[in-house]
Design a protein around this ligand. Sequence first.
Ligand code: AMP
Length: 440
Amino acid sequence: MSFADLGLSDELLRAIADAGYTEPTPVQAAAITPVLMNRDLIAIAQTGTGKTASFVLPMIDILAHGRSRARMPRSLILEPTRELAAQVAENFEKYGKYHKLSMALLIGGVNMGDQVAALEKGVDVLIATPGRLMDLFQRGKILLTGCSLLVIDEADRMLDMGFIPDIEEICTKLPAARQTLLFSATMPPPIKKLADKFLSNPKQIEVARTGSTNASIEQALVTTTSRGKRETLRGLLGADDVNTAIIFANRKTTVRDLNQSLQRHGFKSGEIHGDMDQSSRLKELDRFKAGDINILVASDVAARGLDIKGVSHVFNFDAPWHPDDYVHRIGRTGRAGATGKAFTLITDEDAENIANIEKLTGQKIPRIEGLKAEREAPAAAEERRPASRRGGGERSRPERDRRDSVAQRAPAPAAEPIANDADAAWNGPVPAFLNQRIAD
Ligand code: AMP
């Protein structure tokens, strides 16, 4: 099947070709035609499947005719996080370049005056997080009575974040005769209830089994201890095929501390978490996308659904508490045909979390052995020395070397091999780190 078979306009086909896409992904092939025919839709699809284009593309053609009126958006897309909302806006820009659609982004953390001014002019597409939308609605800045198309994206994520009551309220403000599209990676009962209440005779599609992980992601659990985690992680990062990596931690403080520690060890890392304001989060993301940094330490909420191309590795510094988060996290790699690797550092306390993950994904994840304790290494000692004694800001040579070669360096000569009796369970290449100790 090609994009031309789906009933999209020539302008859109041109924009798709410009973006370099030759074939629709399964969710696009299944969703686009029914959406163009104004059907309601429930799509069970994870991020990374091309689901954003599956609603953005038909929406552009649907909205191509007709005019917007002041304060009355013609369509509304609800997203759980600001980053996702910004990403959807980028998709509209990419695919809508041969159309003249107006768009506004209503997200927390950016100037409300500009957002209100855009709304006043009238918009075809409003992309919003529920909190900011409700806020402006209550101030009388928006009328949703002209909104004939609603997209609820990442509905299960909205549920986790407590947005369902807001979404229900928003749904009641829209005209009853509208088209509604709901996307969710999983279909827990509250989402099913929401769909039953607000969608009418929806077409249902499912592109990946609930909780399934992408086959193009090689996964491993790396056993370690709390004290051995950082060194194990540095060793894995030092393996020669890590180009770009996202490292997930469960707590914001861990994100911050780990990023600082990695920087002290000469890695080009940055951080993104919920305590940062919108502009610093976007700035950090831009640095990652531009390659100024190649490691991003992230919390779950801040990284939800981020579309960052070519991430070679995902590391779970902490095993996620919720099994769904595991699927979401490792979905940052192995996207749209590329292969990726996902390593999860686990300690004895994580046994239950891991059992839940393996139950959800229906897969036993191979285990390999990391370091059990943080070794007293020169760099670790360096890290503890006051900055004033580190040669006036000039980095030591080994540290400079490490910093400059995170992506390319070959592992240092072996000091002493690490016992690795679980090798046989690991299908992918064994990271160099596990056979050769990194001289730290
Ligand atoms: P999404 O699931 O919407 O987050 O999209 C995941 C990634 O797939 C994004 O990087 C898209 O740019 C990319 N993508 C979307 N549609 C296609 C397509 N038809 N062919 C190849 N890549 C695509």
